[in-house]
Design a protein around this ligand. Structure first.
Ligand code: FSO
Ligand code: SF4
Length: 537
């Protein structure tokens, strides 16, 4: 196996024996073959055919290969088979000559053993691309598109779609098969950023039109005395169905990790049994799930391989998979949570973890409602700078940097955050500036678009020409491929001097990293003091 798609890649080079995430070699190889097969499908589609079966399949299949989503080789094999089936349909519809197609679009199998054999062959491995810079750019684009696939999947679940995004994916993937041109690939990476912006905007529209605009909300961190169900991941539709089906059943629903911002939406406030948030970011789940005592529903990443002590309480849905975990059944397009609810009734209430509350809900609509106050505070010098500390959290000790950074930031700065990176500082009491909290949480990483909208609105309000003239600095923590999509989105929008950490991606070759430094001023975190000096002054 060889995988270097996330920030925790072994030695910041790549996982070669077993993933730090827990993915085993066979599953990793099968995921490579799945991506290879999706690219082959895209290639034939790019010849002039796309239908709903394909636009439904590609984003979900990509989502399956994102870090901490699916560890089950049987799920991956099913996705591969479906990809081959769809590809064969397109070849037939367009009457394509197989002789003229690349191997990605023609390989086939007769048995599961054939699939595993193909997955184990070097040609589907990332390292099959020998030129390090070409490989780097191709993987940068692939990971950005995986992120787009994930965000698009969420939007599509709420009934929102945009054909242009699908068309971009098939065009980009077919270029990844054919192109060996550094300049073309570099431009394609930026274009991936453009479509990441489109996708995030679509998802924002889907979420806010379905559930209302997030508003300032206090979320309890305490537990009640009834059994609970913990829901994690990012999918709001699943939360809606769970809340609806568990009403009046004597159980409470708690959010975990990236599901926390669901509390900020007006729609979910009507549920009295929507109790609060339990725990911190994804990597703490092995301790927290144990203590929760009740069933847990994983709607997306980040799943950590479960311990035996609570494994029988973890349920998965959508693209998430892990051998032995129960899957939520679906009937007529609706999830059936009855088994989870009955399971909860037999469990003890959650063990208390902490006290107090989190205040959040500062997505674009809410922040813009406070715009006059914020602009006034900036003009009077009470707010010197905004610092975007968004993105992901992770296990490494080096991420303590973000807690220290938030604590040491001067009192006249305001943190704009979203994603699970916030758990490194959101429970600190960092105070307020004229009633404006010093940490403004816009939501999930899925809500990164909110931060973009806020920046663009402030640019207009201050009458500035360039987004880089705003008093906003970017200190972004990344982990998985959705963050790559967000990073490319920011680059496409022309944001300069982003500080990235805790490390630069292992998949950036020296030359590609150099170009990103020269063109966009990207750099890696250094020490807290030095970074505060260079970002805030
Ligand atoms: Fe975090 Fe995981 Fe939202 Fe990621 S829970 S790390 S970027 O999957 O998705 O922020
Ligand atoms: Fe390693 Fe990350 Fe790949 Fe998992 S996803 S195998 S931790 S690089």
């Amino acid at each position: 196996m060889f995988c270097f798609q996330c920030q925790e890649a072994a030695r910041n080079e790549g996982c070669t024996v077993r993933g730090v995430c827990g993915k085993d070699e066979e599953t990793a190889n099968l995921q490579d073959l799945l991506v290879y097969t999706i690219k082959g499908l895209a290639y034939v589609c790019n010849k002039g055919y796309l239908d709903e079966e394909i636009t439904d399949y590609i984003p979900k299949a990509l989502f399956t290969t994102i870090t901490n989503v699916n560890f089950d080789k049987n799920d991956i094999i099913s996705y591969i088979k479906r990809g081959v089936e769809l590809r064969e349909k397109v070849i037939e519809k367009l009457n394509l000559n197989r002789e003229e197609l690349p191997k990605q679009a023609t390989w086939t199998y007769e048995s599961d053993e054939d699939i595993i054999k193909m997955a184990n062959s070097d040609e589907v491995r990332i390292l099959a691309e020998k030129n390090e810079d070409i490989r780097s750019l191709k993987e940068l684009i692939t990971y950005g598109i995986k992120g787009i696939g994930a965000y698009l999947t969420h939007a599509m679940r709420l009934g929102y779609n945009n054909e242009e995004i699908h068309k971009f994916i098939i065009r980009a993937f077919s270029r990844l098969i054919e192109s060996e041109d550094v300049d073309e690939l570099f431009n394609l990476a930026l274009e991936t950023g453009k479509y990441a912006v489109e996708t995030l905007a679509l998802l924002d529209k889907a979420n806010t039109e379905t559930y209302g605009h997030p508003e300032i909300t206090e979320v309890s961190l305490e537990v009640r005395d009834r059994p609970g169900i913990l829901i994690s991941g990012h999918d709001l539709k699943d939360l809606e169905e769970l809340l609806e089906q568990s009403k009046g059943q004597g159980v409470d629903i708690y959010t975990h990790s990236e599901m926390l911002p669901a509390h900020y939406y007006p729609f979910f406030k009507k549920y009295e049994h929507f109790a609060g948030n339990y725990g911190g970011s994804w990597w703490r789940q092995t301790e927290e799930f144990e203590k929760f005592n009740g069933p847990i529903v994983m709607t997306t990443n980040c799943l950590v391989p479960p311990k035996d002590s609570y494994k029988d309480r973890v349920y998965v849905t959508n693209e998430v998979g892990y051998p032995g975990l129960k899957r939520i059944p679906e009937k007529n397009g609706k999830k059936d949570f009855s088994e989870v609810i009955e399971h909860a009734k037999k469990c003890k209430p959650p063990t208390p973890l902490e006290k107090g509350k989190i205040v959040g809900g500062f997505a674009h609509n809410q922040v813009l409602a406070l715009a006059d106050k914020i602009i006034e505070a900036v003009k009077s010098g009470k707010i010197r700078k905004f610092v975007v500390m968004a993105g992901c959290d992770g296990r490494h000790k080096t991420r303590e940097y973000y807690t220290e950074f938030a604590k040491k930031l001067p009192k006249d700065t305001v943190i704009l955050t979203c994603g699970c990176a916030k758990y490194r500082f959101i429970k600190l009491d960092l105070g307020e500036i004229d009633g404006i909290p010093r940490v403004l949480d816009a939501g999930q990483c899925n809500d990164s678009y909110s931060l973009v909208k806020i920046a663009l609105a402030l640019k207009d309000a201050f009458g500035l020409e360039d987004i880089n003239d705003l008093p906003i600095a970017y200190n972004i923590a990344w982990y998985e491929q959705k963050a790559v999509a967000v990073l490319l989105a920011l680059l496409y929008l022309g944001v300069k001097n982003i500080v990235l950490g805790p490390t630069l991606p292992a998949f950036l070759s020296e030359n590609v990293a150099k170009v990103l430094v020269e063109k966009f001023g990207i750099s890696q975190i250094t020490t807290v003091d030095e970074d505060i000096k260079r970002l805030v002054g």
